[in-house]
Ligand binder design. Structure first.
Ligand SMILES: [Zn+2]
Length: 266
């Protein structure tokens, strides 16, 4: 890699040369009077300087821009790993401090966004309730004692999902949960069904800190109310919470309205 500079940059002529003095490599295009096109008048492609793996344009701002998505998905990426990635992909050497600044810039941006978005969760809930009549959205936050509220749970159930389930799905619903990766950890608990085309149809979801019987009970309490679950509805699950399989906690999370919890095997 060599670094070049434009030492003349005018509408009718450009002069580009190697940044290393006395190298002699240059390119001189200028406007041709007859054809009105740019023509290369002088070109010396031979470098006498040594090639370098450094590029002043590859700074922390540039790196933060092109590696934002990668670092967001791999938050644990170390500075040396980022340096190695830059070397492999761009064939460039960057200093430790440049890589560190790039990573810090991205993290600050993401965490800044996260704080702002947690603050507007109540507005999000209000907007769902205002614009989707018949929906339920419950947001729980816990007071830490110092007046600061910390997010605890969020339950979302949209009326359109209920109508879709009642009109197009069989009365069988499945429970499942998965870990949330990224900046905000936690678990997503979902209730899904199968539609007429045998495709997954999500009905409601909740975000909780951890999957346990308490949180599942909390979730299903709202769900049975919202769906108006009655006798004959089958809840299917392959959940294993701690040492307890679905069989063990059948009685603990299912209220009297729902008669059967079908335990499926993984
Ligand atoms: Zn050169």
């Amino acid at each position: 890699m060599v670094q070049i500079e434009k030492y003349i940059n005018e509408p009718h002529r450009v002069r580009v040369k190697c940044m290393v003095s006395k190298c002699g490599c240059l390119l001189e295009p200028s406007k041709d009077g007859r054809s009105n096109n740019f023509k290369v008048k002088k070109y010396n492609p031979v470098h006498k300087c040594y090639t370098t793996k450094k590029n002043k344009f590859c700074n922390s701002r540039y790196l933060a821009k092109i590696y934002k998505r990668r670092i967001t998905s791999q938050l644990g990426m170390k500075v040396w790993e980022l340096k190695k990635l830059i070397k492999q992909e761009l064939d460039l050497y960057v200093g430790r401090s440049t890589a560190h600044r790039a990573r810090a810039k991205i993290l600050k941006e993401i965490i800044g966004d996260m704080h702002r978005e947690f603050k507007i969760l109540y507005d999000y809930r209000d907007m769902i309730l205002q614009t989707n009549l018949g929906s339920t959205c419950v947001m729980k936050a816990e007071d830490q004692g110092d007046g600061k509220l910390v997010f605890s749970k969020l339950y979302v159930f949209l009326r359109a999902m209920k109508m879709g389930w009642l009109e197009g799905c069989r009365c069988i619903i499945s429970l499942d949960g998965c870990f949330l990766k990224g900046v905000c950890k936690g678990q997503l608990l979902v209730v899904v069904s199968k539609d007429e085309n045998n495709q997954i149809f999500s009905i409601a979801w909740t975000v909780v800190e951890v999957e346990n019987i308490f949180n599942w009970t909390w979730f299903l309490k709202y769900l049975t109310e919202d769906l108006g679950l009655e006798d004959g509805c089958v809840l299917g699950t392959s959940l294993q919470i701690g040492q307890k399989s679905g069989e063990d906690w059948r009685g603990e999370i299912v209220s009297g309205d729902v008669q059967e919890l079908l335990v499926l095997q993984n």
